[in-house]
Unconditional design. Structure first.
Lengths: 334, 384
């Protein structure tokens, strides 16, 4: 039984890879049946009055038997259309339960539409289970226009977010599919051109800290500059420790507290400090209680007072200078 | 040949002993256009990290973060104005008079009569002082002082810990009082507020700072009180007081110039940790010993002296007290006794954070919950 299960799951894994490989290598004409039908139906605008693929000569040779047999004109959303979609979904590796969920999670959606959207996600390398989870969480994705979906897919692929990297992003930040491409591009531009991350690092950041897509690009840049100039954290470590996912307020509170306690020093030009700085994960990733007990070695009430004082300092700071100039960082009072 | 002559003349001029005016008092012709790369505030912090991490050990981080964060103020109510009104207003803001709180505490404690009864003079506080602070953990600020209905300011904002040396001095009605390093005038004002001064002599070497002292006296103390208390403001060298007015005063406050630790971490201008003032800073403890010795010499036998600084450094605090006492014993055969202030300290423990291990005197250390100080003070009695 277990062996069968493994076989089945192995087959499920095979399907998306096959699709992905085919989409990369082959021109559209050679796609398998399900996608070919999708193409032709899309050209008629989605709703199906009759079977238009009959008219397309190139299509005729590739049509599956069932389609040629049932040439009687179906109405849109007709049972055989739905059957077709179900078969295709099963082929992609979805279980019966999944198929049912997909077709019912956003009522009023044409099954072909569901298939189109789901296909794009599968082609992007997301496995069936995560696709289901994502679509259950954000059913509105099924209402996206297919052209938009295709354009977005190719953009995400360009960013390096295919091959399964999209799963986490979809889960945390499904608006990566719905938001304006210009906004994603702005974020990417800030990371690449202003913060000087490499292309691979940008992909890694989007993959691990999807919430950066929700941030204002200017604030994202400030967050990075705080890490780089104020804390002396290099690019690779910013990526590795998921620094960009933490709120700047929390980071600044904890870092400034440690700095004024004398437990954190900004490294000098050679990257050296007089005291060994605590690890970033012991500053940012741990809970506040653990941070106070282990890293800061101070009390909760002192930290509360400190947070209030810091908030007031920031309010009163006349136009916070960007921490971009290293020499001013060294000269400014702490 | 000519070059050689020129060079030797130049060397001669360099070696000639021109008047050793400290560099900071010479006329400054050129002013820097850019910020210093290594500001004095940073040098100060480095200096403190080195000395105080050893002196205070595990306590240093919490002191350090407090020094670098905004300090807490107290509002000294002006008794010459409508003080009851002002007190009520401050109560409305949720501030409390910590002096009153300490007295209440003192009355509650019966233990003072059970243990070896300390002589009243050693822990009795100077009377009539009212100073409001916000409670522990409350970071509210006082509104700036305003001119009251009687023509004088309603309260004076100061570091609440600065009141402790004046309280410890234990003024009694009719005392002749000397404030040896009075400027800018917060403690002098507090001395006047007690209403105990028959004569008050306030002195500070710097004329610009005595100017500030005068302004404060005008804004807070009505003319007739100033005349009645015979307030005399001078700008002489404090070290000379032993000769000038030896054996004269009942109470003497010696609030010496020090490295003003908190101030030095924030203010760049005239910072004593500038490289150009290094010599001045190094001879500071010696100057402090001389001032304290002069203050002791100016006290009547049986009178009291309080020595205070706003620095955390052992070298400027306990060492100076011990040095001055030794100096008086050796050079003048005068005996001085250090007064035990531990009972006094207990009265104020709820408001301030005290360092537990001072050899002599008491030290208020800054803490985020009670960000007052640093303030060191030590009370002495001149026995002979």
């Amino acid at each position: 039984m277990a062996a069968l299960g493994r076989q089945v799951s192995a087959w499920y894994h095979l399907i998306p890879l096959t699709w992905a490989r085919m989409s990369r290598q082959t021109p559209q004409k050679k796609m398998t049946a399900s996608s070919l039908c999708k193409l032709t139906t899309a050209s008629t605008g989605g709703g199906l009055e009759e079977v238009p693929c009959v008219q397309d000569p190139a299509c005729r040779t590739h049509l599956p038997q069932c389609l040629l047999e049932k040439q009687s004109a179906p109405v849109d959303g007709g049972p055989w259309e739905r059957e077709e979609v179900i078969t295709s979904l099963l082929d992609m590796g979805f279980s019966d339960v999944h198929v049912n969920e997909l077709l019912t999670v956003q009522p009023g959606t044409h099954p072909q539409q569901v298939l189109d959207i789901v296909s794009e996600l599968i082609l992007l390398g997301v496995n069936p289970e995560p696709v289901c989870v994502a679509l259950k969480k954000s059913p509105q994705l099924l209402k996206l226009p297919v052209m938009h979906m295709k354009k977005r897919s190719s953009y995400l692929r360009k960013l390096g977010l295919g091959e399964g990297k999209l799963r986490r992003v979809l889960h945390c930040c499904p608006e990566i599919l719905t938001m304006r491409q210009r906004d994603i591009a702005n974020t990417v531009r800030v990371l690449r051109d202003k913060c000087l991350f490499t292309v691979q690092q940008v992909t890694e950041i989007l993959h691990r800290c999807p919430y950066v897509l929700r941030e204002d690009p200017g604030e994202l840049e400030y967050k990075f500059q705080y890490a780089y100039f104020r804390m002396g954290v290099k690019h690779a470590d910013v990526v590795r420790t998921d620094f960009l996912q933490y709120s700047i307020t929390k980071t600044r509170q904890r870092h400034t507290f440690l700095e004024r306690l004398g437990r954190y020093q900004t490294p000098d030009k050679k990257g050296q400090t007089q005291v060994p700085n605590p690890l970033l994960r012991d500053i940012l990733r741990v809970s506040e209680a653990e941070f106070l007990a282990r890293t800061a070695r101070s009390s909760a009430e002192e930290f509360e007072v400190f947070k209030k004082l810091l908030a007031r300092e920031e309010e009163e700071e006349p136009e916070n200078p960007m921490p971009g100039d290293k020499s001013t960082i060294n000269a400014s009072k702490i | 040949m000519a070059a050689l002559v020129v060079r030797s003349v130049r060397d001669l001029l360099k070696r000639a002993d021109f008047a050793k005016v400290p560099r900071r008092h010479r006329h400054k012709k050129k002013w820097a256009a850019t910020e210093p790369k290594f500001p004095a505030t940073r040098l100060a912090l480095q200096n403190f990290d080195m000395t105080y991490s050893m002196q205070f050990g595990e306590l240093w981080p919490s002191i350090r973060v407090s020094l670098l964060s905004e300090q807490k103020y107290g509002a000294l109510v002006n008794n010459f104005g409508a003080w009851d009104h002002v007190s009520a207003e401050l109560e409305q803001l949720n501030a409390r008079d910590f002096v009153n709180k300490a007295h209440a505490r003192g009355e509650q404690e019966p233990e003072s009569s059970q243990t070896a009864a300390p002589s009243p003079a050693s822990w009795a506080c100077s009377p009539n002082l009212r100073c409001f602070t916000f409670t522990r953990g409350d970071v509210s600020r006082f509104p700036p002082a305003r001119l009251g209905s009687l023509g004088v300011m309603d309260y004076y904002l100061m570091d609440a810990a600065s009141l402790l040396p004046v309280l410890a001095l234990g003024l009694q009605p009719g005392d002749t009082v000397l404030d040896l390093c009075a400027a800018p005038g917060g403690k002098t004002l507090a001395l006047l507020q007690t209403g105990c001064c028959r004569n008050l002599a306030a002195n500070d070497l710097s004329t610009s700072r005595t100017g500030r002292l005068q302004k404060i006296l005008y804004s807070y103390v009505p003319q007739d009180i100033r005349d009645r208390s015979r307030v005399r403001v001078t700008s002489w060298d404090g070290r000379k007081w032993g000769e000038l007015e030896g054996d004269t005063y009942d109470r003497v406050l010696v609030d010496v110039p020090c490295t003003t630790d908190r101030h030095s971490l924030h203010e760049e201008e005239n910072n004593i940790f500038q490289r150009s003032r290094k010599k001045e800073r190094q001879i500071l403890p010696m100057l402090q010993v001389q001032l304290l010795a002069a203050g002791l010499l100016a006290t009547k036998p049986g009178g009291y002296v309080v020595y205070s600084t706003c620095s955390l450094s052992h070298l400027q605090n306990e060492y100076v007290v011990q040095g001055a006492i030794e100096l008086l014993a050796n050079q003048y055969s005068i005996e001085v006794r250090v007064e035990d202030l531990s009972h006094f300290r207990k009265l104020f423990m709820d408001t301030f954070s005290f360092f537990p291990s001072c050899q002599v005197g008491e030290l208020v250390i800054p803490n985020l919950m009670a960000n007052f100080g640093p303030m060191y003070f030590c009370k002495m009695c001149r026995l002979t």
